[in-house]
Write a protein that binds this ligand. Structure first.
Ligand code: ATP
Length: 243
């Protein structure tokens, strides 16, 4: 049975419909990636799932429970954790303080201060540093670690490699591989196709608020994804149809 279900989700920014009837499911332990050009609606979709942006139609269910009317902080307590674009740590607090604050918002489980620091070794020597003094890669690791402290059933990651140096991206992805091996369920927005194809089980290509193509990562060629990126063909297997 699917752990997360998104059904015919619509979301708007004023008059602009950023997400148009998107449906997909995620099973426990799966890593699903959303790819698409800037402005395709990926961030709005993740925020809508997390309860940080209102739906204008459709529904989201977690383990069969409809989340309509459930605010973002309650969704975190139920097991949905969003790592937003731009990280948004408390700059004046230390890494450890940022992590411990998140613990109070979530569920009990295997992720503790020590297991999170174990999964992100780069944070270990920085645990008493203020978050505002961290490098970009360290901040991203701390932001993912903060989400893990809530012991999420589904981790929603928005552009974790954005603005990071290649070495930092490699380190963050090495830690993600650890999480995936531990059975963490992940929905990932990523611009880097090489990383996406190497990391995800399944790829959803988003264009203009709709899923245009989808399939197992093993079957998704770079050409097929690129075509969907630019709307060069409408995939019969996707939900998009004519826009
Ligand atoms: P990016 O990779 O740039 O974050 P995205 O695929 O995540 O792109 P969204 O950020 O969800 O896309 O944006 C979807 C659409 O909604 C775009 O047309 C964007 O301009 C618009 N949009 C996003 N945020 C707002 C906002 N706060 N106010 C008005 N329009 C917005």
């Amino acid at each position: 049975m699917s752990l997360l279900t998104v059904e015919a989700l619509d979301a708007r920014h004023g008059l602009l419909q950023a997400v148009r009837g998107i449906s997909f499911t995620v099973t426990a332990g799966e890593t699903v990636a959303l790819v698409g050009a800037n402005g395709a609606g990926k961030t709005t979709l993740l925020r809508a799932i997390a309860g940080a942006h209102p739906l204008s139609g459709g529904r989201v269910t977690l383990d069969g429970a409809d989340l309509a009317g459930v605010p973002a902080h309650r969704r975190a307590a139920l097991g949905l954790a969003l790592v937003p674009e731009g990280r948004r740590l408390f700059a004046q607090l230390t890494v450890e303080e940022n992590l411990l604050l998140a613990r109070a918002a979530g569920r009990r489980g295997p992720w503790t201060l020590e297991t999170v620091l174990g999964a992100f070794p780069m944070l270990q020597p920085r645990r008493h540093a203020r978050a505002g003094t961290l490098s970009g890669g360290e901040q991203q690791a701390a932001a993912i670690g903060r989400a893990l402290m809530t012991n999420p059933r589904v981790l929603l990651l928005d552009e974790v490699s954005l603005g990071l140096a290649p070495l930092a991206v490699a380190r963050v992805y090495a830690s993600l591989a650890t999480l995936i091996a531990a059975g963490t369920t992940i929905v990932l927005v990523e611009q880097d196709l090489t990383r996406t194809l190497a990391t995800a089980d399944r790829i959803l290509c988003v264009l203009e608020g709709q899923i245009l193509a989808e399939g197992p990562a093993a079957d998704m060629t770079r050409e097929r994804i690129t075509a969907a990126y630019f709307g060069l063909h409408r995939d019969a297997a996707g939900q998009g149809g004519a826009a």
